[in-house]
Design a binder for this molecule. Structure first.
Ligand SMILES: C[S@@+](CC[C@H](N)C(=O)[O-])C[C@H]1O[C@@H](n2cnc3c(N)ncnc32)[C@H](O)[C@@H]1O
Length: 390
């Protein structure tokens, strides 16, 4: 499907189901849809821990499950089914390009490099850190490479790594948001996990500069978004808040069971705090500053006492501590289940954001296409936007 039509269909579907994915059960104990669909709410709350974890993590499975209560919601399935990129591993003489790259990072770089083809006069690796991706592509394609990176120490390390294998690889220590003279006309721009406004700037500025081909794997869409996302391309109806753009990147598929337990513990205590605050202060949910990690490692009594002082609330009654904590764990159980509909739309939101870039490039004489460059276990940010100038 062409990017513009794909985006229009996602736009319509996301608008139609907004009441399911926009409210945050962490903040609202019962989002309005619970009243509209009581059978769905009851079925969600009755799910086992294992089923809830599975449905939170697997958007297609969740959409199929939801379709028993919400006819037509599974119409979203073909819209989030993205083809796997063709895989041509880059041919390099030996392993020296990969010195010092941690295992998972190296696997992501190799997967990205296997999914892209040469398509320009030289390569620019946008926000490239130590330039590992640029180094691999420069070596495999025998092309000059520039890595643009704001951090001087990363540039220095990257220059040294390139020097060790005698590669024509230069580093541009620049701010991607301000640089005017890069990328150069005719270059191929690659960007692996350049966050939010960094990848948007590449697309916007690079199209004007005459980049020959883009290969962009975006991440952290919320970076650089103030209150609302400003689409690059025209024609969509959907408006996304900063929190909505965050929803697109909240999976934790790479988290270990220990980290998951730690996360649940933190959420349960924060929920205990917000429920207690509502009781004593009579305030509906309002956001609070991040909780210092050491507060979550001590006792619940200390955690709540610290929060009360910081938020200007009376000291908690010691006799009720167990009940307050238990209420937090009960809320966590419900939040994990009532978040399933919201999480079922995560990938659709992410695709809408990437298709905004694709559509923008389509409007400017490029031929955009989307694929996945690796399995989501390696990184959930596995979408690859490729666009060739026609
Ligand atoms: C998530 S890392 C990705 C690095 C590399 N592409 C990779 O996959 O290994 C994002 C990089 O963007 C760089 N960065 C952040 N803000 C920047 C800016 N304004 N201009 C240029 N680089 C920036 C960071 O220093 C970091 O190296």
């Amino acid at each position: 499907m062409r990017a513009a039509a794909h985006r229009r269909q996602l736009d319509t579907a996301l608008l139609a189901w907004r009441q399911l994915w926009h409210p945050q059960p962490f903040r609202e104990a019962r989002p309005a849809w619970c009243e509209q669909w009581p059978a769905l709410t009851a079925a969600l709350l009755a799910l086992s821990d294992a089923d809830a974890a599975h449905l939170n993590d697997d958007a297609p499975a969740a959409l199929r499950w939801l379709a028993a209560y919400l006819p037509e919601v599974d119409g979203l399935l073909p819209l989030i089914d993205i083809p796997v990129a063709e895989n041509t591993p880059p041919s390099v003489p030996d392993e020296r390009w990969a010195w010092e790259i941690p295992g998972r990072k190296r696997a992501q770089i190799e997967a990205f490099a296997s999914a892209v083809q040469p398509g320009g006069a030289g390569v620019i690796d946008w926000c490239g850190g130590k330039g590992h991706l640029g180094r691999l592509l420069g070596l495999a394609w025998q092309q000059p490479v520039h890595t643009l990176e704001i951090d001087a120490a990363l540039c220095a390390d990257g220059e040294q790594l390139a020097g060790r294998i005698g590669l024509d690889h230069r580093f541009l220590e620049r701010d991607a948001l301000a640089v005017a003279d890069w990328p150069r006309p005719g270059q191929q721009a690659v960007a692996l996990h350049a966050c939010g406004n960094l990848h948007r700037r590449l697309v916007e500025h690079g199209a004007g500069a005459g980049v020959a081909r883009f290969d962009v794997a975006p991440c952290c869409y919320y970076r650089g978004v103030n209150t609302h996302y400003q689409p690059l391309s025209a024609g969509g109806q959907l408006q996304l808040s900063r929190d909505d753009t965050r929803l697109a990147v909240t999976e934790t598929v790479t988290a270990s069971p220990r980290l998951t337990r730690q996360r649940d513990h933190g959420i349960a205590w924060k929920l205990a705090f917000t429920a207690w605050r509502e009781q004593v202060g009579g305030v509906a949910y309002k956001t609070f500053k991040p909780v210092p990690a050491p507060w979550l490692r001590g006792s619940f009594a200390d955690f709540l006492a610290n929060m009360a002082v910081r938020e200007g609330l009376p000291a908690p009654d010691q006799r009720h501590l167990d009940a307050i904590e238990a209420a937090g764990w009960q809320r966590l159980r419900e939040v994990l289940r009532l978040s399933i509909p919201r999480h079922a739309f995560r990938r659709a939101l992410e695709l809408w954001l990437v298709l905004d870039l694709a559509d923008y490039l389509g409007e400017r004489g490029y031929e955009p296409s989307l694929s996945t460059f690796c399995d989501r276990q390696l990184t959930p940010r596995n979408l690859l936007l490729t666009a060739r100038r026609m």
